[in-house]
Design a protein around this ligand. Structure first.
Ligand code: GLY
Length: 379
């Protein structure tokens, strides 16, 4: 529990008959029964989690549910990206059926992005769709993957290639649970927070420059504010473009570069997703500056903030060897955003002013990567 009680914040996602609330603040696990109860037709829920999160937070969740008279059954899967698989999807669905989870029941996904994505997809297909509640326990999941209804699993052909848009019925982002993250995992999630300032809110980026270090150090009010502003931005974009026909692609700022870097490092501990996004954001600003879209100072300001936060900001911060510029370009060509063979980039006219384009000469991207690999980008 937080030492300093802070009022929880509420972001409403107004998606017609799929509208839902996102509660953000400390102490929400303890209040889970009161918050989830109104969704239930009978006082019983299924909880999907992973073994690491279960050891830390499942007890607090079930205590919160029991306080409101809600019974629960839970399944804890192995922690890690490998769990987003057909095998674990089958296991989850079969488990819910064996637990007699009915069409009107609710699944709670308690965990990071892996559990949220897998649980959401299992909920989307069980009995042709049951409702689910996201209780995200990583910063990345709180500000990104728990909101917006993207669910799915990975296959041997790539990440997130099988899934469904299935919106949660409620999201509880308990900021107290962020205290159990390692500093590295916290900062990886912070990569997605910075992304919001960069893509659409210069004032938020300036706020992060001033408050990011306090937030990382554990300041509860700063954490609530940063998560709430990020979720509000995501909600606004999702409401404009739920199924990513246009504007939602802005949320992929930094991801075209980031996914190629994750792939080049074998999705290993060498580079976490949010770290790849942060470096990718800096590269997207480099590319924008090279195209004359924004001032040369903008990428430097992005990198200065990442460095202030103790984050990876350039390719040379990634341990070990990287493939050459052509190989990285090829990896970028496998991005889901490629349309008719054309790479799509999120570029910026300045901090807080991004847009989607396919109009980027391949040679320019190759040169940028080659220069960055040689670490000749001025700080
Ligand atoms: N994580 C990007 C999106 O939800 O669209």
């Amino acid at each position: 529990m937080s030492a300093i009680p802070e009022a929880a914040r509420l972001v409403h996602v107004p998606l017609d008959d799929r509208a839902y609330d996102v509660h953000i603040g400390p102490g929400l696990l303890a209040r889970s029964g009161a918050l989830v109860g109104p969704l239930l037709h009978r006082p019983r829920v299924a909880i999907l989690t992973d073994e690491t999160v279960a050891a830390r937070h499942l007890g607090a969740l079930t205590t919160g549910l029991t306080a409101a008279g809600i019974d629960s059954t839970s399944l804890a899967l192995p922690a890690g990206e490998a769990t987003k698989s057909w095998a674990q999807l089958t296991r989850t669905v079969e488990w819910m059926l064996s637990e007699r989870i009915e069409r009107r029941d609710v699944l709670i996904a308690l965990g990071g992005g892996v559990i949220g994505d897998l649980g959401g997809f299992a909920a989307a297909v069980l009995r042709r769709g049951i409702r689910f509640v996201q209780i995200p326990t990583s910063l990345l999941a709180q500000v990104d993957s728990s909101v917006g209804g993207k669910t799915g699993i990975n296959t041997s052909h790539g990440k997130n290639l099988v899934g469904a848009f299935h919106q949660p019925s409620l999201v509880l982002a308990d900021t107290d649970v962020l205290a159990t993250l390692t500093p590295r995992d916290f900062l990886a999630g912070y990569g997605e927070v910075v992304k919001y300032g960069l893509l659409g809110d210069a004032d938020f980026f300036a706020w992060l420059e001033a408050n990011g270090p306090a937030m990382a150090a554990g300041d509860t009010a700063a954490r609530v504010e940063a998560v709430a502003r990020s979720v509000q931005m995501k909600a606004d974009i999702v409401v404009r473009d739920e199924t990513e026909q246009g504007d939602r692609a802005l949320l992929n700022l930094g991801h075209t570069f980031g996914h190629a870097l994750e792939s080049a490092t074998g999705y290993s501990d060498r580079l976490l997703h949010g770290e790849g996004v942060a470096i990718g954001c800096a590269l997207a600003f480099d590319l924008s500056a090279r195209l004359g879209l924004c001032a040369q100072e903008e990428p430097s300001r992005v990198r200065a903030h990442l460095a202030d936060m103790g984050m990876k900001a350039r390719l040379s911060d990634i341990p070990g060897d990287l493939p050459d510029a052509d190989a990285l370009l090829d990896l970028m060509g496998q991005d889901k955003k490629v349309i008719d063979g054309q790479l799509r980039f999120i570029l910026a006219r300045g901090i807080g002013n991004s847009f989607v384009t396919s109009d980027v000469p391949r040679e320019l991207v190759r040169d940028l990567l080659a220069t960055s690999l040689a670490d000749r980008i001025p700080a």
